[in-house]
Design a binder for this molecule. Sequence first.
Ligand code: SAH
Length: 235
Amino acid sequence: MTKVDSQLQDNTANNIRLQGIGPTSKRWRDRLIHRLKEQGISHPGVLSIMGHLPRHLFIDEALSHLAYEDTAIPIGFKQTISQPYIVARMTELLLLRAEKLDRVLEIGTGSGYQTTVLSQFVRTVYSVERIEPLYERTAEKLKRYGIRNVKLDLTDGTWGWPEKAPFDGIVVTAAPDEIPIELLSQLSPDAVLIIPVGGQEQMLNVIKRVGEAEEFEREVIEDVNFVPMLTGTTR
Ligand code: SAH
């Protein structure tokens, strides 16, 4: 059994609890999984989690009919819940490239959907959000859903989360124009940073720290479309 498999098993309590909530939309989720596979997602753990986790619990009820479409959906404050494909892709890249998954930082908590997906593979997920009402809403939601291995903070993630660093992986779900240098300094040896970079035209980058050196390898994955990474915090 791989480490990820065993962590998955450790977390099955979370899955069961989540499956019991809300309308049963297994048929919709099966369709979503079918589509993710067609788009090249192949990691069994990722497909399994995304097939079990009810995405409609992370969006406004009025939009829940869109929950299993492969699109980004508004969550208020000009932000969106990420498209399932990109959540799957970033998670898969993290699982394939990271050496261990004890501590992972997510920048841009938003709806908490990607956070929850990560929480199924990572011992402790740290996630930061800069918009206070989103932070509060998602903190309350994750508590209600019984997701315990996630620590949230209201802060500008451009600076990472220095008090909790170093991280085995950092996943950024909003796009800066350039890679914030602070994030590189918060990677543990062999850790990875998965980050969309660019303005109008964005590319998904995977940056891997080479052992303990202050040296990094960059891999450019594909073009993506995220909301911009902004500075400061806001109410
Ligand atoms: N992972 C989220 C994506 C939400 S969209 C989801 O699936 O729901 C990106 C989020 O990043 C938004 O909530 C936005 O407010 C937040 N964000 C943008 N810039 C940020 C920054 N500098 N620090 C922290 N969060 C940021």
